[in-house]
Write a protein that binds this ligand. Structure first.
Ligand code: ADP
Ligand code: ASP
Ligand code: MG
Length: 457
């Protein structure tokens, strides 16, 4: 069997879903399980309406809900035709009634908890998976909707819930495998699951890729296909560099590093369950299905180019902790990291000197409280609007002169932090956020002007 995951833009409207049906049709003999995201932008809209309800803006929340309802109804009726839509209508209607009621409840209480946030956020995938399954059936594809909340068991860490693999795998075998055995096409929503107590959870933004990998690993897939709106993993973000080129094959570790440092095309955790089982992952384009895409495998060819790709992660804050009196004091770093831990703030890049430590974190609302806590230990400064740039390639440690090549191109730029050698495969530095396009374009021109045809297309 294989897993085919379709992202938000690939199920963004009736035409897109129609394309999905024909792509799946072409793979029927490989026994696909289909995992879908919410229709494009729907998760953002759901979160906006949940926050509005939480702030007591009931009318605004319900208005957003109605526009979402209209979009889903229009898509479904376009896909199903009048007769089928009349039957299906009630099912979607019940979901929207539940959402409406939930929003009224949230605004009455005037408080939005992580638990209710997940409840609202999951509607995007609930709705899209039902519509896609119905569209498949209407096209003779034997689509069978599976509610992912009955399959993906997680802990109760709402908004970032952690999958419980043993129970999930068990349920995949008892509830999804039999559908495959009967030649049905199971259609599941990504991103959402439920705790053991049956309360809806989500596994983090962009999490449908992760869901696909969990399903693929649990059912022993031959292949996992991540269908999106570009030709595969490209040498950099095509919105910054329109001449970004396709990478034909990339290593798991390289892909994970890229995803972690901002290449939004793939959720970082995706690769984990797949690596462990040695399942190849492909990134493919639903707008250009005949393109071979990118294959992510354990052993990728090295190629002649120094780097495989460049990624940038914006909305970064640098926190600088300086403690002249603490000179190398035993336990100082531990105390600092414990403070980050207490505030549940994850650190990306670290650099130290004898008297100070600089760390980068995603800009977020916990930073002032964290800084106040840290200032009990030392002098603390923090500065937002930074970005991390990450160049990824195999065996960078072994290649002489790489840092010189990179920073010569950026001689006129203010580089705030540099990190190389933490892993064999990345060179990372921090710049001002508004410099990202210029820096990426320059580096792309330098390192990707000539490409090894074995690795790049
Ligand atoms: P989906 O909705 O299918 O999950 P995403 O929006 O999450 O799609 O990811 C696809 C987008 O990622 C592309 O449209 C592209 O703009 C962006 N992107 C950023 N960096 C890269 C990269 N290195 N290669 C390909 N796409 C990238
Ligand atoms: N719909 C979810 C999100 O936008 C999950 C996903 O698309 O992967 O984050
Ligand atoms: Mg995505």
């Amino acid at each position: 069997m294989i897993v085919m995951k379709f992202g938000g833009t690939s199920v963004g409207d009736a035409r897109a879903i129609d394309r999905v049906a024909s792509i799946v049709q072409g793979r029927l003999t490989q026994r696909p399980v289909v995992v879908v995201s919410a229709m494009s932008k729907v998760t953002d809209t759901l979160l906006t309406m949940a926050r509005a309800a939480g702030a007591g803006e009931r009318k605004a929340a319900l208005k957003l809900c109605r526009s979402l309802q209209e979009r889903h109804y229009n898509t479904a009726s376009e896909l199903l035709g009048t007769a089928l839509f009349t039957q299906f209508h009630a099912e979607l209607g019940a979901d929207f009634e539940a959402l409406d009621e939930l929003l009224r409840g949230i605004s009455a209480v005037g408080e939005l908890t992580p638990r209710t946030t997940d409840h609202v956020a999951a509607f995007g995938e609930v709705l899209s998976s039902k519509i896609v399954a119905a569209a498949f059936s209407a096209r003779g594809l034997n689509g069978s909707h599976v509610d992912s909340r009955d399959i993906l068991v997680t802990d109760s860490n709402y908004m970032q819930a952690v999958p419980q693999y043993d129970e999930t795998n068990e349920r995949l075998k008892t509830n999804v495998q039999p559908l495959l055995d009967e030649s049905q096409v199971p259609v599941m929503g990504g991103f959402m699951g439920a705790s053991r107590a049956g309360i809806t959870t989500t596994i983090g933004r962009g999490g449908s890729d992760f869901s696909a990998a969990i399903v693929g690993a649990g059912l022993g897939a031959e292949r996992i296909e991540i269908w999106t709106d570009v030709d595969g993993i490209l040498t950099t973000d095509p919105r910054i560099c329109p001449d970004a080129r396709r990478i034909k094959v990339i290593g798991f570790d390289e892909a994970a590093e890229l995803a972690y440092f901002g290449a939004k095309v793939l959720h970082p955790a995706t690769v984990l369950p797949a690596i462990q089982k040695n399942i190849p992952v492909y990134v493919l384009n639903s707008l250009n299905p005949s393109c071979e895409g990118t294959r992510i495998t354990t052993h990728a060819p090295q190629g002649q180019n120094i780097f495989k790709a460049i990624a940038a992660k914006k909305h970064i804050t640098i926190i600088q902790v300086a403690a002249p009196r603490m000179l190398l004091a035993h336990g100082f770093l531990r105390a600092i990291f414990e403070a980050f831990d207490r505030h549940k703030v994850a650190v990306d890049v670290v650099s130290t000197s004898e008297v100070s430590v600089s760390l980068t974190v995603d800009s977020n609302h916990s930073i002032p409280a964290l800084a106040a806590d840290l200032s009990k230990l030392a002098d603390v400064k923090y500065e937002g609007r930074k970005a991390i740039v990450c160049l990824v390639g195999e065996n960078l440690r072994e290649k002489p002169g790489i840092a010189a090549l990179v920073f010569r191109e950026l001689a006129d730029k203010k580089i705030r932090m540099i990190s190389q050698g933490a892993s064999e495969i990345n060179l990372t530095f921090v710049i001002e956020e508004d410099e990202v396009p210029d820096v990426i374009q320059r580096l792309h021109k330098t390192f990707f002007a000539e490409l090894d045809p074995e690795v790049f297309a």
